[in-house]
Design a protein around this ligand. Structure first.
Ligand code: OFO
Length: 177
């Protein structure tokens, strides 16, 4: 059974994942209004992934007999100076999320909760990809400078991103009852 401390930490992380979704959706709106539909698509899919991260974590709390708690999801910033700034903020946010996830991993170990430790390792690994994705895009933007024509190439590339359920097995289990 999940301890109270881990129930609280995981519930707060569910909230943080929902905030991530909200943040990326707001960034997507900025990119869309600035005319970068492909970048807006990438950010919108990122928002969907964050929702899936939050739901999956919520389900773990219930599955382990914990009590999920709910708080306000804070409002994200909605205006940005440039696409470069957007992705710098994505990276800074993901670094922050990595710190949060690592704290939950440490707490699971302290409490000898091997099931939660095993569960949170998926998120630990996911954070490697989350930070790398943002770093790769920032590196491309650094080469492009403020050349809007080149940013449109990035826009076309990011238009190709499609949503893949990060937890297809869990979705199939739910469907099967
Ligand atoms: Fe949930 O990985 Fe980004 O924040």
């Amino acid at each position: 059974m999940l301890s109270e401390a881990l129930s609280k930490a995981l519930s707060e992380q569910v909230n943080a994942e929902y905030y991530s979704a909200y943040l990326y959706q707001a960034m997507s709106a900025y990119a869309d209004r600035a005319g970068f539909k492909g970048i807006a698509n990438w950010l919108s899919i990122q928002a969907k992934e964050e929702m899936a991260h939050g739901v999956h974590m919520y389900e773990h709390i219930l599955e382990r007999g914990g009590t999920p708690s709910f708080g306000d999801v804070k409002a994200p910033p909605s205006s940005y100076k440039s696409i470069r700034e957007v992705f710098e903020k994505v990276l800074a946010h993901e670094i922050h999320v990595t710190e949060r996830i690592n704290k939950i991993a440490s707490l699971s170990m302290q409490e000898n909760d091997h099931a939660t430790y095993n569960f949170i390792l998926w998120y630990v690994n996911e954070q490697i990809e989350e930070e790398k994705n943002a770093e790769d895009i920032i590196a491309k933007i650094a080469i492009m400078g403020d050349n809007t024509g080149l940013i449109y190439h990035l826009d076309m590339e990011l238009a190709g991103r499609t949503f893949t359920d990060p937890f297809p097995a869990a979705a199939a289990d739910t469907a099967a009852g």
